[in-house]
Design a protein around this ligand. Sequence first.
Ligand code: PLP
Length: 444
Amino acid sequence: RSICICGRRIVPLCRGKEMTERPSHLFYQGRQRRPVLDQARGVYMWDVDGKRYLDGSSGAMVCNIGHSNENVLEAMRRQMEKSTFGYRLHFETEASENLAAKTAAICPEGLNRVFFVSGGSEAVESAMKLARQYALAIGQEKRWKIISRAPSYHGCTLGALAITSYDPLTKPFDPMMQAMPKVPAPRAYLDGLDPEDEATGHHYADMLEAKILEEGPDSVLAFIVEPVGGASTGALPPPKGYMERVQEICRKHDVLLILDEVMTGAGRTGRFLACDHWKLEPDIIVMSKGFAAGYVPLGAMAAHERLVEAVLDQGGFLHGYTYAGNPLACAAGVAVIDEIERQGLTRNSAVMGKKLMERLRGLMQRYPIIGDVRGMGLLTAFEFMADRGTKAPLPKHLKAFDRFVNIAYDKGLIVYSRRTRNGVEGDHIIIAPPMIVTETHLDE
Ligand code: PLP
């Protein structure tokens, strides 16, 4: 029995059963083939051969409320019987009005204007364009630069990719994008700094101020940040004092603060929005993933009314997608938020997150290749290292990343894996199960 992937053929991942090569019209990343999904319920998924998997990463940190929740399915059924589509320029719908009101209510004060989209990249594009139109509306046409962090991930469309910093995904497209300034993400654990020390947070935040001054403050439009670093840094919470100082610096230089809560929103970090941990008052928040928990494609941008009013005064937002505010998506979004609230899932994320971290720390004690464990709520990760002292990554030839993921598959566990060090080896595995998990699932 082999579990490696060679060329076109994936050799058996499923115990005792050869997975034969299938012709496929799909092409995603490599030539890798994965099992064919049949059903999913709660925290479990089954492939067509009946093999069961524990969804240890909620897909890509999406299915926060678990799979096939009956109340969400029922709400979707009801909406589909009423109407499945209404074009946003022709109709408002009850579903989109309800979801907008719910979204505004969970956002910090003032962020009461909501724009719906179908995913995270679209939400980020929308934020970039709204910010730019706001600058134009208030007579600051020189402001167009959006500073982001390196590494970071904000999406795969060309605008969102320009503010993403992750070489394997961005490099080939560099000539097609407007280069945007970057500041280092606060990876205190690699820099030998104490994340619990406020001086560390200020050290990294002050790099933002230095960058704003270097670029020329009147050219900088916004700073975009994932409150807890997601795919590119692996569930990395900010050091103490970082987020508050970042906000202060943005205010001082009239730079808009955009929080990318695509991954951290919808209860994932133990608060409904991660910004609630620091009581931040950003100008724009973007959300997706757990917002409709994978039941339908949905994302949202919530913006401060001051921005939106200025843009509307100038004739309106020059942006919009055909599927924006799709009634079925919005009905699912409302039902998902209701389920999060009804079942107290945000609180469960905080409680279970602590218990998950204890277990991951236990693994770190047992396995020297786990060099770091981190996270917030049920967004956690561990990183493989060859040496905890030097933080050296595992050598490339070990292919630890692929091997770990394949062994996990073999044992019926889904995890989310990414390179951490911007293309240089350094592998992290994100563990972020649905927020309905119990301790029994964590033990499993
Ligand atoms: N922003 C963040 C923080 C993300 O993690 C992602 C996706 O992983 C995106 C944006 C892009 O979202 P989508 O893949 O839905 O376009």
